[in-house]
Design a protein around this ligand. Sequence first.
Ligand code: AMP
Length: 286
Amino acid sequence: MQIITTKQELQAVVQACKTKKRTIGLVPTMGALHEGHASLVRRAVNENNVCFVSVFVNPTQFNNKEDLAKYPRNIVRDAELLETIGADFVFAPTPEEMYSEEELNTTFAFDFGGLDQVMEGKMRPGHFNGVVQVVSRLFYLVQPDKAYFGEKDYQQLAIIHHMVERSSMAGTFGNLQIIGCPIVREDSGLALSSRNERLSAAEKQTALEISKTLFESLKWAKEKGATVAAVQQRVIDTINAVDGLEVEYYEIVDQITLLPTETFDHAIGCVTVYCGPVRLIDNIKY
Ligand code: AMP
Protein backbone atom coordinates (compact mmCIF):
# COMPACT_ATOMS: atom_id res chain seq x y z
CA MET A 1 0.00 0.00 0.00
CA GLN A 2 1.27 3.43 -0.90
CA ILE A 3 0.52 6.65 0.99
CA ILE A 4 0.28 9.71 -1.24
CA THR A 5 0.19 13.29 0.00
CA THR A 6 0.33 15.39 -3.17
CA LYS A 7 -2.11 15.85 -6.04
CA GLN A 8 0.71 15.54 -8.54
CA GLU A 9 1.78 12.12 -7.25
CA LEU A 10 -1.85 11.04 -7.08
CA GLN A 11 -2.51 11.99 -10.69
CA ALA A 12 0.62 10.14 -11.84
CA VAL A 13 -0.52 6.97 -10.07
CA VAL A 14 -4.06 7.31 -11.44
CA GLN A 15 -2.69 7.80 -14.92
CA ALA A 16 -0.62 4.61 -14.61
CA CYS A 17 -3.76 2.68 -13.52
CA LYS A 18 -5.75 4.10 -16.45
CA THR A 19 -3.01 3.16 -18.92
CA LYS A 20 -3.15 -0.42 -17.62
CA LYS A 21 -6.97 -0.30 -17.93
CA ARG A 22 -7.42 -1.00 -14.22
CA THR A 23 -10.83 -0.27 -12.75
CA ILE A 24 -10.67 2.14 -9.83
CA GLY A 25 -12.74 2.16 -6.64
CA LEU A 26 -12.66 5.21 -4.36
CA VAL A 27 -13.67 5.51 -0.71
CA PRO A 28 -13.61 9.10 0.57
CA THR A 29 -13.19 9.37 4.36
CA MET A 30 -12.17 11.81 7.04
CA GLY A 31 -10.08 9.19 8.84
CA ALA A 32 -10.33 7.92 12.43
CA LEU A 33 -11.40 4.79 10.64
CA HIS A 34 -13.64 2.10 12.09
CA GLU A 35 -15.51 -0.98 10.87
CA GLY A 36 -18.06 1.23 9.08
CA HIS A 37 -15.33 2.65 6.85
CA ALA A 38 -13.74 -0.80 6.60
CA SER A 39 -16.96 -2.24 5.15
CA LEU A 40 -16.82 0.32 2.33
CA VAL A 41 -13.14 -0.33 1.67
CA ARG A 42 -13.61 -4.13 1.61
CA ARG A 43 -16.31 -3.71 -0.98
CA ALA A 44 -14.18 -1.36 -3.06
CA VAL A 45 -11.27 -3.84 -2.90
CA ASN A 46 -13.55 -6.70 -4.02
CA GLU A 47 -15.27 -4.87 -6.84
CA ASN A 48 -12.35 -3.05 -8.50
CA ASN A 49 -8.82 -3.75 -9.68
CA VAL A 50 -7.43 -0.91 -7.58
CA CYS A 51 -8.76 0.71 -4.40
CA PHE A 52 -8.02 4.30 -3.40
CA VAL A 53 -8.99 5.62 0.04
CA SER A 54 -8.80 9.31 0.83
CA VAL A 55 -8.19 10.39 4.40
CA PHE A 56 -8.82 14.10 4.66
CA VAL A 57 -10.59 16.11 7.36
CA ASN A 58 -12.15 18.59 4.98
CA PRO A 59 -12.22 22.02 6.66
CA THR A 60 -14.72 23.51 4.19
CA GLN A 61 -17.54 21.23 5.34
CA PHE A 62 -17.26 22.22 9.01
CA ASN A 63 -19.32 25.21 10.04
CA ASN A 64 -18.23 24.79 13.64
CA LYS A 65 -14.54 25.50 14.28
CA GLU A 66 -14.50 23.59 17.54
CA ASP A 67 -15.94 20.50 15.87
CA LEU A 68 -13.18 20.72 13.24
CA ALA A 69 -10.44 21.17 15.86
CA LYS A 70 -11.73 18.25 17.94
CA TYR A 71 -12.30 15.89 15.02
CA PRO A 72 -10.26 12.74 15.82
CA ARG A 73 -7.18 12.17 13.66
CA ASN A 74 -4.91 9.13 13.59
CA ILE A 75 -3.30 8.52 10.22
CA VAL A 76 -0.86 5.90 11.54
CA ARG A 77 -3.64 3.67 12.87
CA ASP A 78 -5.76 4.37 9.76
CA ALA A 79 -2.92 3.28 7.47
CA GLU A 80 -2.44 0.06 9.46
CA LEU A 81 -6.12 -0.80 9.16
CA LEU A 82 -6.24 0.02 5.43
CA GLU A 83 -3.17 -2.11 4.79
CA THR A 84 -4.80 -5.15 6.42
CA ILE A 85 -7.97 -4.69 4.35
CA GLY A 86 -6.02 -4.52 1.11
CA ALA A 87 -6.38 -0.88 -0.01
CA ASP A 88 -3.79 -0.01 -2.66
CA PHE A 89 -3.43 3.75 -2.27
CA VAL A 90 -4.18 6.18 0.54
CA PHE A 91 -4.45 9.83 -0.39
CA ALA A 92 -3.87 11.99 2.70
CA PRO A 93 -3.24 15.61 1.66
CA THR A 94 -3.03 18.73 3.82
CA PRO A 95 -5.78 21.35 3.36
CA GLU A 96 -3.22 23.58 1.62
CA GLU A 97 -2.38 20.80 -0.84
CA MET A 98 -6.03 20.17 -1.55
CA TYR A 99 -7.17 23.77 -1.93
CA SER A 100 -5.86 27.18 -2.95
CA GLU A 101 -6.15 29.85 -0.28
CA GLU A 102 -9.14 31.28 -2.10
CA GLU A 103 -10.88 27.92 -2.18
CA LEU A 104 -10.24 27.44 1.52
CA ASN A 105 -11.85 30.76 2.34
CA THR A 106 -14.64 31.07 -0.19
CA THR A 107 -18.05 29.52 0.17
CA PHE A 108 -18.98 27.69 -2.97
CA ALA A 109 -22.67 27.35 -3.68
CA PHE A 110 -23.95 24.33 -5.56
CA ASP A 111 -27.53 23.64 -6.58
CA PHE A 112 -28.84 20.44 -5.01
CA GLY A 113 -32.44 20.78 -6.12
CA GLY A 114 -33.57 21.45 -2.55
CA LEU A 115 -32.03 18.27 -1.07
CA ASP A 116 -29.73 20.46 1.01
CA GLN A 117 -32.48 22.66 2.41
CA VAL A 118 -33.67 20.12 4.98
CA MET A 119 -32.28 18.36 8.05
CA GLU A 120 -28.43 18.48 8.08
CA GLY A 121 -28.47 21.20 5.43
CA LYS A 122 -30.76 23.37 7.52
CA MET A 123 -28.76 22.85 10.72
CA ARG A 124 -25.29 23.12 9.17
CA PRO A 125 -25.44 25.90 6.56
CA GLY A 126 -22.80 25.41 3.88
CA HIS A 127 -21.97 21.88 5.04
CA PHE A 128 -23.03 20.14 1.84
CA ASN A 129 -21.32 22.74 -0.33
CA GLY A 130 -18.09 21.77 1.43
CA VAL A 131 -18.83 18.06 1.03
CA VAL A 132 -19.49 18.41 -2.69
CA GLN A 133 -16.46 20.66 -3.10
CA VAL A 134 -14.15 17.95 -1.74
CA VAL A 135 -15.93 14.95 -3.26
CA SER A 136 -16.03 16.46 -6.74
CA ARG A 137 -12.33 17.34 -6.45
CA LEU A 138 -11.57 13.74 -5.45
CA PHE A 139 -13.63 12.41 -8.37
CA TYR A 140 -11.73 14.71 -10.70
CA LEU A 141 -8.32 13.60 -9.35
CA VAL A 142 -8.96 9.86 -8.95
CA GLN A 143 -11.40 9.32 -11.87
CA PRO A 144 -12.99 6.32 -10.15
CA ASP A 145 -15.32 3.83 -11.82
CA LYS A 146 -17.11 3.33 -8.51
CA ALA A 147 -17.23 5.47 -5.38
CA TYR A 148 -18.50 4.15 -2.05
CA PHE A 149 -20.51 6.05 0.55
CA GLY A 150 -22.28 4.94 3.73
CA GLU A 151 -26.01 5.20 4.30
CA LYS A 152 -25.10 6.41 7.77
CA ASP A 153 -24.83 9.86 6.13
CA TYR A 154 -28.01 9.34 4.18
CA GLN A 155 -28.55 12.93 3.08
CA GLN A 156 -24.94 13.18 1.92
CA LEU A 157 -25.43 10.05 -0.19
CA ALA A 158 -28.63 11.49 -1.72
CA ILE A 159 -26.85 14.74 -2.58
CA ILE A 160 -23.88 12.98 -4.15
CA HIS A 161 -26.23 10.80 -6.22
CA HIS A 162 -27.95 13.98 -7.38
CA MET A 163 -24.67 15.70 -8.23
CA VAL A 164 -23.37 12.72 -10.22
CA GLU A 165 -26.65 12.26 -12.09
CA ARG A 166 -26.56 15.88 -13.15
CA SER A 167 -22.86 15.76 -14.01
CA SER A 168 -23.21 12.51 -15.95
CA MET A 169 -25.49 14.36 -18.32
CA ALA A 170 -22.56 16.68 -18.90
CA GLY A 171 -20.13 13.73 -19.00
CA THR A 172 -18.01 15.21 -16.19
CA PHE A 173 -17.32 11.99 -14.29
CA GLY A 174 -17.63 9.44 -17.10
CA ASN A 175 -19.67 6.41 -16.06
CA LEU A 176 -19.01 6.82 -12.38
CA GLN A 177 -21.27 4.66 -10.24
CA ILE A 178 -22.14 5.72 -6.70
CA ILE A 179 -22.51 2.77 -4.35
CA GLY A 180 -24.46 3.23 -1.12
CA CYS A 181 -23.46 0.84 1.69
CA PRO A 182 -25.53 -0.15 4.76
CA ILE A 183 -24.88 1.28 8.22
CA VAL A 184 -22.49 -0.78 10.33
CA ARG A 185 -23.46 -0.89 14.01
CA GLU A 186 -21.96 -2.19 17.22
CA ASP A 187 -23.69 -5.30 18.59
CA SER A 188 -25.46 -2.88 20.93
CA GLY A 189 -27.03 -1.13 17.91
CA LEU A 190 -25.00 2.08 18.18
CA ALA A 191 -24.05 3.26 14.68
CA LEU A 192 -20.27 3.32 14.34
CA SER A 193 -18.92 6.85 14.01
CA SER A 194 -15.53 8.50 14.33
CA ARG A 195 -17.22 10.88 16.75
CA ASN A 196 -17.94 7.98 19.14
CA GLU A 197 -14.26 8.26 20.13
CA ARG A 198 -15.18 11.50 21.87
CA LEU A 199 -17.79 9.82 24.08
CA SER A 200 -16.97 8.74 27.63
CA ALA A 201 -17.94 5.19 28.61
CA ALA A 202 -21.03 6.54 30.36
CA GLU A 203 -22.02 8.72 27.37
CA LYS A 204 -21.60 5.77 25.05
CA GLN A 205 -24.02 3.79 27.19
CA THR A 206 -26.47 6.69 27.06
CA ALA A 207 -26.08 6.99 23.29
CA LEU A 208 -27.41 3.43 22.87
CA GLU A 209 -30.88 4.82 23.51
CA ILE A 210 -30.76 6.53 20.10
CA SER A 211 -30.64 3.39 17.95
CA LYS A 212 -32.80 1.52 20.46
CA THR A 213 -35.53 4.11 20.02
CA LEU A 214 -35.21 4.11 16.23
CA PHE A 215 -35.61 0.31 16.11
CA GLU A 216 -38.50 0.49 18.55
CA SER A 217 -40.20 3.02 16.28
CA LEU A 218 -40.43 0.40 13.53
CA LYS A 219 -42.93 -1.35 15.79
CA TRP A 220 -44.75 1.89 16.62
CA ALA A 221 -45.18 2.51 12.90
CA LYS A 222 -47.02 -0.80 12.60
CA GLU A 223 -49.47 -0.06 15.42
CA LYS A 224 -53.05 0.41 14.37
CA GLY A 225 -53.76 4.00 13.34
CA ALA A 226 -50.11 5.09 13.67
CA THR A 227 -49.36 8.32 11.80
CA VAL A 228 -45.98 9.57 10.66
CA ALA A 229 -46.37 12.73 12.74
CA ALA A 230 -47.18 10.77 15.89
CA VAL A 231 -44.29 8.33 15.48
CA GLN A 232 -41.93 11.21 14.73
CA GLN A 233 -42.96 13.01 17.91
CA ARG A 234 -42.77 9.81 19.99
CA VAL A 235 -39.18 9.24 18.88
CA ILE A 236 -38.26 12.81 19.80
CA ASP A 237 -39.97 12.60 23.20
CA THR A 238 -38.45 9.19 24.01
CA ILE A 239 -34.89 10.28 23.25
CA ASN A 240 -35.29 13.63 24.97
CA ALA A 241 -36.52 11.84 28.09
CA VAL A 242 -33.06 10.26 28.45
CA ASP A 243 -30.73 12.24 30.68
CA GLY A 244 -27.79 13.50 28.59
CA LEU A 245 -29.48 13.30 25.19
CA GLU A 246 -31.01 16.15 23.24
CA VAL A 247 -32.62 15.75 19.85
CA GLU A 248 -31.74 18.43 17.31
CA TYR A 249 -34.18 17.03 14.76
CA TYR A 250 -35.94 13.83 13.89
CA GLU A 251 -37.66 13.83 10.53
CA ILE A 252 -39.42 11.04 8.73
CA VAL A 253 -39.04 11.83 5.04
CA ASP A 254 -39.29 10.23 1.63
CA GLN A 255 -36.13 8.25 0.84
CA ILE A 256 -35.68 9.94 -2.54
CA THR A 257 -36.91 13.52 -2.19
CA LEU A 258 -36.03 13.87 1.53
CA LEU A 259 -39.27 15.82 1.86
CA PRO A 260 -41.79 15.21 4.66
CA THR A 261 -44.08 12.29 3.94
CA GLU A 262 -47.40 11.19 5.34
CA THR A 263 -46.95 7.49 4.71
CA PHE A 264 -44.34 5.00 5.87
CA ASP A 265 -43.85 3.67 2.33
CA HIS A 266 -40.29 4.43 1.17
CA ALA A 267 -39.82 6.52 4.30
CA ILE A 268 -36.64 7.06 6.28
CA GLY A 269 -36.28 8.63 9.70
CA CYS A 270 -33.17 10.75 10.17
CA VAL A 271 -32.05 11.87 13.59
CA THR A 272 -29.41 14.13 15.04
CA VAL A 273 -28.84 13.99 18.77
CA TYR A 274 -26.43 15.75 21.06
CA CYS A 275 -24.92 13.33 23.55
CA GLY A 276 -23.23 15.81 25.87
CA PRO A 277 -21.18 17.95 23.47
CA VAL A 278 -20.96 15.30 20.75
CA ARG A 279 -23.31 15.49 17.78
CA LEU A 280 -24.39 12.05 16.57
CA ILE A 281 -26.48 11.10 13.56
CA ASP A 282 -28.36 7.94 12.70
CA ASN A 283 -31.27 6.84 10.56
CA ILE A 284 -33.74 4.04 10.02
CA LYS A 285 -35.75 2.92 7.01
CA TYR A 286 -39.46 2.13 7.58
P1 AMP B 1 -16.52 10.02 7.37
O1 AMP B 1 -15.10 9.63 7.61
O2 AMP B 1 -17.33 10.14 8.61
O3 AMP B 1 -16.65 11.20 6.44
O4 AMP B 1 -17.16 8.80 6.60
C1 AMP B 1 -16.63 8.32 5.40
C2 AMP B 1 -17.61 7.39 4.77
O5 AMP B 1 -17.86 6.29 5.64
C3 AMP B 1 -18.98 8.06 4.51
O6 AMP B 1 -19.47 7.64 3.27
C4 AMP B 1 -19.81 7.55 5.65
O7 AMP B 1 -21.19 7.51 5.36
C5 AMP B 1 -19.25 6.15 5.83
N1 AMP B 1 -19.54 5.66 7.17
C6 AMP B 1 -19.27 6.28 8.35
N2 AMP B 1 -19.76 5.56 9.37
C7 AMP B 1 -20.36 4.48 8.83
C8 AMP B 1 -21.06 3.36 9.38
N3 AMP B 1 -21.25 3.20 10.69
N4 AMP B 1 -21.55 2.44 8.51
C9 AMP B 1 -21.38 2.58 7.17
N5 AMP B 1 -20.73 3.61 6.60
C10 AMP B 1 -20.23 4.54 7.42
